[in-house]
Design a binder for this molecule. Sequence first.
Ligand code: FAD
Length: 716
Amino acid sequence: MKKIGLLVVIVLMVVGFFYFDLNRLLTLDGLKSGLEQFEVWRNKSPFLVYGAFFLLYIAVTALSLPGAAIMTLAAGALFGLGWGVLMVSFASSIGATCAFLVSRYLLQDVVQARFGSRLSTINEGIERDGAFYLFTLRLVPVFPFFLINLLMGLTRIRAVTFYWVSQVGMLAGTLVYVNAGTQIGHLDSLSGILSPSLLLSFVLLGVFPLLAKKLTEAIKSRRVYRAYTKPKQFDRNLVVIGAGAGGLVSAYIAATVKAKVSLVEAHKMGGDCLNYGCVPSKALIKSAKVAHQMRHGANYGLEGCEPRFSFRSVMERIQEIIEEIEPHDSVERYTQLGVDVIQGYAKVIDPWTVEIQRQDGKTQRLTTRSIVLATGSKPSVPDIPGLEEVGYLTSDTLWETFSQLDEAPKRLVVLGGGPIGCELAQSFARLGSHVTQVESSERILSREDTDVSEFARATLTNDGVTVLTEHKAVRCEMNNGQKCVWLEHNGSEVRVEYDALICAVGREARLTGYGLEELGIETKRHLVTNDYLQTLFPNILAAGDVAGPYQFTHVAAHQAWYAAVNGLFGQFKKFRADYRVIPWTTFIDPEVARVGLNEQDAKAKGVAFEKVCYGVDDLDRAITESEAKGFVKVLTVPGKDTILGVTIVGEHAGELLAEFVLAMKHGLGLNKILGTIHTYPTWAEANKYAAGEWKRAHAPDRLLRWVEKYHTWRRG
Ligand SMILES: Cc1cc2nc3c(=O)[nH]c(=O)nc-3n(C[C@H](O)[C@H](O)[C@H](O)COP(=O)(O)OP(=O)(O)OC[C@H]3O[C@@H](n4cnc5c(N)ncnc54)[C@H](O)[C@@H]3O)c2cc1C
């Protein structure tokens, strides 16, 4: 209401300005013809005229009315150079800030809410370089003054910054215009004030701060290298440390573009994903799912039976699958691709030297133009008294340990309600363990929306997992050979006995022991890098879990491209890592898959959205498979079919998501998905039906009423 009131006042003032023909006064001829009269007034009551002029100037600029340039000339003609510059400098900055604040007050929320996700890059830029950009715009008087005020109001630049940068930035232009005003009699047109050479000087002056900033960055980056001697020649173009997804792809790209590249791996080729992560966990999930389906054979008209199996065989199958995939990431394959693979532990000695303790006992030093750190992450182990003594497993150790067992551990505790915890809890429950899953926050999969968490909880509970949320493990004990963990819940303690405990409370980047500390490379939760994945030393880059913020194999591979290309060709062109469309899937059964914003993220970021939800229980294919549960939830820009984010819960959710990932990546809206033929009966039809839900919600009701009338008329 207040906004509408302000808008009405502004509109009335603008209309009044034109209605009373005041714009005629604010022309060069108007000024020249009225000057004598103004001078009389000024001589009679100077304070009044000074004050009135100052306020009028503020009003004209605040209301974004045409005429600020003429008023600046008038200031020169009436008050001379000194007073003229002083008055205009303050009045124009105050007026500009008023216009900026009005624009911010009236429009910023709407604009940020509607275009927030797309504006985030601009906002980040403004946060970083806003003052510089504004200064450049202010200094070069060809950029329309009122437009800068209004547009800057829509960004997140601080009002104080806007004010002082405007005042300083406009000073040179003000001086030129006021000075021209002192010789108003000789002036024929406004364009005469700015000669091409004067304009060029302004442009140079305007870009100077940006150039200065770039120069400072270059000097800063040179300074970090000062303590080191750069080799005259280099053994390699690139040395990559770590042969997980990030390192393998970096080395692959370097070899493809004919760079001389070494890939150093201390442990197993393929890193976590192949050996302890995605591959073994997905193999486990499959066995668990088959066991589950056997148990629930009645769902498919078969006789349900308790699966008989050797747990050892299940774990052996997992190892066989790892072995089957191993050749994709092997030393042999990468050597064939042209990568020099070295098995050993690498340490960065200086920005161009890597020292390797090779597995054959030798030490090797390599000089290199660039280095990619792809050293990954390791499971976080919570600081719980007694945990070390009683013993625990992580994703690094459980595969090996469990492969020694004939049966799944009878009582298993899984600490952590994130994706890894949920996948493991459900799988081992399906394979016969009594699983207690412990999560300290109020729900599992807390990065997802509440409806997703509830769905996941119900699914896991159905599979026999005891899901304890808002329970915090406080200590572990061994009593008479019996392992137990104490959980704190609502002020009281609960005791849970177990045979095995898996820590799945998150993963932390590997940041120590390979030279970062000695080189002073900054680390927080991850390695600190810029948008180009460069560390403090621009020739040392990072990719994968060590760089964060996402911890997925496909993100590691995605970042690897940027790290390798920026490392090899950054002197010509650098590429900003693009995180706009990042999908992920939690492979519980049924799966949970997401790309872009969900409801809780959109609300947290203040992004306005509309939501449509298609229930998979309605999908023919899902019904035929007796798997009719889950949903496809799509968030869109209000009034448009532009996709902001999608969450899918259900069978094959991870596969279904791909269509939306493609659509978002290439700016295709729901209308395009709706207009695409999807084979009947497939799971993918769920995507089309979700798009159909959107279309129904946006049906042109009025038009349809007319069409109905038309048909009625046609029937006679
Ligand atoms: C149980 C589990 C399930 C997962 N499931 C999925 C999934 O379904 N989908 C998904 O996308 N992601 C999944 N992930 C995450 C995925 O495994 C990681 O995001 C991915 O492995 C990261 O790859 P990376 O290259 O950054 O690091 P890593 O794969 O960890 O590779 C880093 C390598 O660097 C080596 N190294 C470290 N320091 C040195 C050194 N100084 N010298 C030489 N070598 C060194 C290490 O030995 C390691 O091999 C899962 C993870 C776990 C634990």
